[in-house]
Design a protein around this ligand. Structure first.
Ligand code: CTP
Length: 409
């Protein structure tokens, strides 16, 4: 199976897929695959009835994990399957297809099979994708079961109208796997912890012109900032990116991008309507100085000065820290070439930040251009949090988790 796209919208989600005895169970294989393609980890539980329609081997192979359908794993040894553990594992219990019988069992709280036991012991939210014949779906009993489940907070993935296995046409056909995955993405997005948060994020290097073809710059690739933009979008945030020159694709779902070249341009974009943002994050490697004079055309070899006079660029993050209102959170990065703790703590205080993310080029695999990073986070009260060397995607998720903790304490 190919690795998920970096912008995979179900990234990191744990989906417990329940499959019940409907002809639509044949679509569960494609559904499991589609959920994984979007970045989710999938485990499958089946009812005994579902096994008549699709084999556990198919789903176990696709998900690379055993499929559970019985309370006992090995009848001879008496080993049992822990339905409580499974019920706690998922971020969502998605039952697709859900038969009329399973819906009724969920309403009653029955525990006649393993999947129903998982239902009763799960603490995560539940979503069901009904699949049945049109008359069964329209029946008052089914409709009242669905209404009762919805009242309990169960997400109902309404079936569509179309040709049914019975040969009849009407409403009752389970949505196609892609549509179910789309539905689930939206459902997660609606409950996403950063939904409604407007975030301003700087990323990449700046280039300060010496003449029309030369500049002072640095090796920043923008990878960490773009990975963070992706993770923030996946957590439901409205992300406005201000980017220096990078060779990266803008992450899917980013609300707006302002491309800039110089620190001055980045400052102008970063100051605009700053007070309308909830959170501002500076990942950019802004050049600290720029040539005092830059030539409009290319300087020829014999025109090059023997020294270039420099002047400081504006400190964008410090400006945010000064302007910060009580409702705003401001986060900085510190890239250091030694262990950097004292320097990062200095920046945290001086720039009036809520927390700072330190990474050091002294660590192998961390810093500019790499796909991995090793960070420490320092809170404004001085508390330190050290993380392992990880992919920049994983580091981005650690930073988002830290931000969520910060916002709720
Ligand atoms: N930063 C900024 N504007 C600048 C310089 C830095 O917004 N002109 C931000 C960076 O995006 C980063 C943080 O400030 O979040 C720290 O940047 P860094 O380059 O590590 O530190 P400096 O403040 O430039 O200090 P020094 O160069 O002395 O380490």
């Amino acid at each position: 199976m190919g690795s998920p796209a970096p912008s995979a919208s179900l990234h990191g989600k744990r989906i417990l897929l329940g499959v019940t005895g409907s002809i639509a169970a044949y679509k569960s294989a494609v559904l499991a695959r589609e959920l994984q393609r979007r970045g989710a980890t999938v485990r499958v539980v089946m009812t005994p009835g579902a096994i008549d329609f699709i084999t556990p081997l198919t789903l176990a192979t696709l998900t690379d994990h055993p499929v559970y359908s019985d309370f006992t794993e090995n009848k001879d040894s008496g080993e049992w399957t822990n339905h409580v553990e499974l019920g706690l594992w998922g971020d969502v219990f998605l039952v697709a297809p859900a038969t009329a019988n399973t819906l009724s069992a969920f309403v009653q709280g029955s525990c006649d099979n393993f999947l129903q036991a998982v239902h009763l012991s799960s603490r995560c939210p539940i979503c069901v994708a009904p699949a049945m014949d049109l008359d069964m779906f329209a029946h008052g009993a089914t409709q009242s079961n669905l209404a009762r489940l919805a009242e309990r907070g169960v997400g109902i993935i309404e079936p569509e109208s179309g040709l049914l296995a019975s040969g009849l046409e009407g409403k009752g056909r389970m949505l196609e796997p892609e549509a179910i995955a789309d539905w689930l993405e939206l459902w997660f997005h609606d409950r996403a912890p950063l939904k409604g948060q407007k975030i301003l994020l700087t990323a990449g290097p700046t280039q300060e012109p010496i003449d029309s073809v030369r500049f002072i710059g640095n090796h920043s690739s923008g990878k960490m900032g773009y990975a963070l933009a992706t993770a923030l979008v996946q957590h439901g945030a409205e992300v406005h990116l201000i980017s220096g020159p990078v060779q990266l694709k803008v992450p899917a779902g980013v609300a707006s991008v302002t491309n800039v070249q110089t620190a001055q341009e980045m400052m102008a974009a970063a100051s605009e309507n700053f007070n309308t943002y909830d959170i501002a994050i500076a990942t950019a490697a802004v050049a600290d100085a720029r040539p005092k004079h830059s030539a409009a055309a290319k300087l020829h070899r014999n025109e090059l000065p023997s020294a270039i006079a420099l002047e400081p660029t504006p400190d964008i993050l410090a400006h945010w820290g000064q302007q910060k209102a009580a409702h705003q959170t401001v986060i900085g990065f510190a890239l250091e070439t030694d262990d950097g703790v004292a320097s990062a703590m200095g920046k945290l205080k001086r720039k009036n930040l809520d927390f700072i993310v330190l990474n050091s080029t002294a660590v192998k695999g961390a810093g500019f251009g790499t796909d991995t990073n090793q960070i420490s986070i320092f809170d404004s009260d001085g508390k330190a949090h050290k993380f392992e060397l990880k992919s920049k995607t994983e580091v981005a998720h650690d930073i988002v988790q830290h931000l969520l903790n910060h916002l709720t304490t």
